[in-house]
Design a protein around this ligand. Structure first.
Ligand code: GTP
Ligand code: SPV
Ligand code: MN
Length: 632
């Protein structure tokens, strides 16, 4: 294999680069070798480097990035790095993210009246072939192609899946080394002949450069295309080096491709955190929660409970793969190995365990920098007197400036194992047992702090009806309230109608099934007069987890529950408010009928226009039942 690669490499690259690749290319399992050879033929790198994952290799990659000026060391901490991107490459690009299938309807419901689907973007196979030919041939000229064998989930777990990413971005190699289990142990697993997802990524800036780079961050914003071929289990990503666009194990694989695999195999791949919560009596339960991007998953997953005696432990902060076991318990694993978390707002007050997690071995991107070689962002205390700040563009920055110091979607990339409250079971091969599923979003009005669904079917409807204020994690502008069903709108790997049918089918499994209870939370309701949040959030969210915990333990349906038009609410006093002051529980639990009438009409229009004939009857019936309850 090494000889084969060397020949391919020599044909297109310099002789010295070829000679280096001979030394660094170990023999690859045949299927991996075929994939790599195809990528080399197409992208024509001058060198190939198979990633082993050793600390020495990682250090060398970071040192190379430092020499190139892509990252700089943060001397205030141990092995921490700062990258500033081209300001045109700062977030996931939903408008350039597509799924390629033979039929459009395999990817998205066909919207009424020729409207554009908001539930994903389909691309025709021949259009995709053309787009590929316009981008990939020769795109890695002069660069090294890194081959990253990686595992989503603990290597060897029956719930895990494997991938191989080729990329010309050493920043991606360093980040994938944190976010996934990558390197030789995975290559050994692949040598057993297990399936893997083929992931091809290029920043799209072959050498010599046709124009200057901004911030030494190669990318090609005009040509960005993040494409998925679920039938072939293949991902092809071009033009962006940032986040979910380029760390292909995350959204592309673990959500879009995996949700399709999960449908085929009878499990669930979801945009959910997983946490364990232990009550003062020592009883422990696990819950999974789906909130849209930048709506509080990392914060909830690592929460420090404000309630005495309660303990939260973190299994994962972004993605859950869940499967019913032979006893009928829903078991979840976190397929990731690190956190790619939103920096702004993270502080000792809001998320002390995240702050502890990112103190070493962390890559920061687009945050502010202090003159002491530390990091800074909105939400942290002002730096000590005499310490000055540089913003994410690399310019001097002062408090009170009209632009933020850190980009609102600036992120930290840190190993999950460094979290002080990582759950002892977080790498368990069989996964942790899930008792409750929580949906939520940013809803400034109308939506109560917490409610519980009436049934599994109603819970699926609550997930389908999720809406949230737009955030900086994607390219949307302004604070519009967007539909984001199951927090999966940007991440569905197949038709949303089929996805709903798949969720509903969990109730009709032949095998024993203990369905988790389904809840909806909203930490973000605002006082209409002052615009301030009504709920303190963060550690105080433990009060809501306590109610959810109790609802999971209840023997009677109406215990500690009050029936409302939208679901079960806590009875007065059922949420512990001891020690809280100035919180208006009445306002937090108000369910205004006019608001819900409007919401219901809006939902009916959305389902009709966007899901149409693909909406399962059961979900239509739940909407009708809600309409009847709120008298629409
Ligand atoms: P992705 O990584 O994009 O999927 O985001 P996420 O869902 O993990 O969101 P994260 O926990 O990083 O929170 C995003 C922002 O919401 C941060 O600025 C937090 O400070 C803020 N936030 C999180 N939880 C709460 C809360 O309970 N109340 C309020 N007011 N803000 C919160
Ligand atoms: C999200 O947007 O939900 C993220 C960040 O978790 S990214 O990996 O960039 O998609
Ligand atoms: Mn996310």
């Amino acid at each position: 294999m090494a000889g084969l690669l060397l020949r391919v490499v020599r044909k297109h690259g310099g002789a010295s680069a070829g000679a280096r690749s001979l030394a660094s290319v170990p023999s690859l399992p045949p299927a991996v070798a075929d994939f790599v050879k195809g990528a080399v033929d197409e992208c024509r790198p001058s060198n190939v480097h198979v990633v082993t994952g050793t600390p020495r290799e990682t250090a060398a990659i970071l040192a190379g990035l430092e020499r190139e000026g892509t990252v700089k060391r943060l001397p205030k901490y141990e092995n921490c790095w700062l990258a500033r991107t081209d300001p045109k490459d700062v977030a996931r690009v939903e408008s350039k993210t597509v799924i390629v299938t033979r039929n459009q309807r395999d990817t998205v419901p066909v919207p009424a009246g020729g409207a554009k689907s908001q539930l994903g973007s389909w691309m025709d196979e021949s259009d995709w072939q053309r787009a590929r030919r316009e981008r990939f041939p020769g795109c890695m000229a002069g660069r090294t192609m890194y081959v990253i064998p990686f595992s989503m989930g603990p290597v060897g777990s029956s719930l895990s899946k494997y991938g191989v990413q080729v990329t010309d971005s050493p920043y991606v190699v360093a980040s994938m080394g944190i976010m996934t289990r990558a390197g030789t142990p995975v290559l050994n697993k692949l040598a057993e002949g297990v399936d893997f997802v083929r992931c091809q990524h290029s920043v799209g800036r072959p050498l010599p450069l046709s124009g200057p780079l901004v911030n030494s961050w190669p990318c090609n914003p005009d040509k960005v295309l993040i494409s998925h071929l679920p039938d072939e289990r293949r991902i092809m990503s071009f033009g962006s080096g940032y986040g979910g666009n380029s760390l292909l194990g995350k959204k592309c694989f673990a959500l879009r491709i995996a949700s399709r695999i999960a449908k085929d195999e009878g499990w669930l791949a979801e945009h959910m955190l997983i946490l364990g919560v232990t009550n003062p009596q020592g009883v422990k339960r696990y819950v999974a929660a789906a909130f849209p991007s930048a709506c509080g998953k990392t914060n909830l997953a690592m929460m420090k409970p404000a309630l005495p005696g309660w303990k939260v432990e973190c299994v994962g902060d972004d993605i859950a793969w869940m499967k019913f076991d032979s006893q009928g318990k829903l078991r979840a694993i976190n397929p990731e190995n690190g956190f790619f978390g939103v920096a702004p707002g993270t502080s000792d007050r809001t998320n002390p365990y995240a702050i502890a997690t990112i103190a070493r071995n962390t890559v920061f991107t687009n945050v502010g920098e202090t003159s002491e070689g530390g990091v800074w962002w909105e939400g942290l205390d002002p730096p000590a007197a005499g310490v000055t700040l540089t913003d994410w563009h690399g310019k001097a920055w002062k408090q009170g400036s009209s632009t933020p110091c850190a980009h609102p979607n600036s992120r930290f990339c840190a190993p999950a194992g460094q979290c002080p409250i990582i759950d002892p079971q977080w790498e368990s091969e069989e996964g942790v047992p899930i008792d409750a599923i929580i949906f939520g979003g940013r809803r400034p009005e109308g939506v109560p702090l917490v409610y519980e669904s009436f049934s599994w079917k109603h819970g699926v409807f609550v997930g389908a009806a999720m809406r949230s204020e737009a955030t900086a994690a994607a390219e949307h502008k302004g604070k519009v309230i967007m539909h984001d069903p199951f927090a999966m709108r940007p991440f569905f790997g197949y038709n949303f109608g089929d996805y709903l049918a798949h969720w509903l089918s969990m109730e009709n499994r032949k095998a024993p099934t203990q369905l988790p209870k389904i809840f909806h939370v909203n930490w973000f309701r605002k006082d209409p007069d002052s615009g301030a949040f009504l709920w303190p959030g963060f550690g105080e969210n433990a009060r809501v987890l306590e109610w959810i915990f109790k609802r999971c333990s209840r023997e009677r349906e109406d215990e500690a529950g009050k029936k409302s038009t939208i679901g079960w609410l806590p009875q007065d006093g059922a949420i512990d408010t001891q020690g809280l002051s100035g919180v208006d529980m009445g306002a937090l639990f108000d369910v205004p009928t006019p608001f819900w009438q409007k919401e219901t009409r809006e939902l009916r229009a959305y389902f009709t226009q966007q899901v149409g004939a693909d909406l399962p009857d059961e979900v239509g019936a739940e909407l009708k039942a809600l309409e009847d309850r709120v008298h629409v």
